[in-house]
Design a protein around this ligand. Structure first.
Ligand code: ZN
Length: 129
């Protein structure tokens, strides 16, 4: 059900729209969900009716997730190896588990961020200031 329409003049600025996308909300109104079933893009916002099915996120969200998780793990593995003496089996189990958890947590956020970025680019192209 579409409860309200956000007029072009009331559109959010880029930072707010990116934040909304990152937390999985519609970049336009911030109320409706952007994703459902973990990574599926909703065709339209349930609150404002904004269309999202035409935004081609492609491989950017997984790449962004890999870059972030890789940086987080690399720094922490290096620090722990230099400063602590942890049994090898703990590291063999712990680091991959941490990598998997971080990946599963960050992937939908990265997808929301990329979708919001694409939405902003298309919006600003369609509506020059
Ligand atoms: Zn919306």
């Amino acid at each position: 059900m579409i409860s309200e329409r956000v007029t072009p003049a009331a559109r959010p600025d880029a930072v707010l729209a990116l934040w909304r996308g990152t937390v999985g909300k519609c970049p336009n109104c911030g109320k409706g969900a952007l994703l459902h079933r973990y990574l599926k893009v909703v065709p339209n916002c349930s609150e404002c009716g904004e269309a999202f099915s035409h935004l081609p996120a492609d491989d950017m969200p997984p790449w962004l997730t890999i870059i972030i998780v890789g940086q987080l793990l690399f720094g922490n593995v290096w620090y722990v190896e230099r400063h602590y003496d942890i049994p090898v089996w703990v590291e063999m189990v712990g680091w991959p588990a941490l990598g998997l958890i971080l990946t599963l947590l960050l992937l939908p956020r990265c997808k929301g961020f990329v979708l919001a970025l694409l939405w902003i680019i298309r919006r600003d192209k369609a509506e020059p200031a």
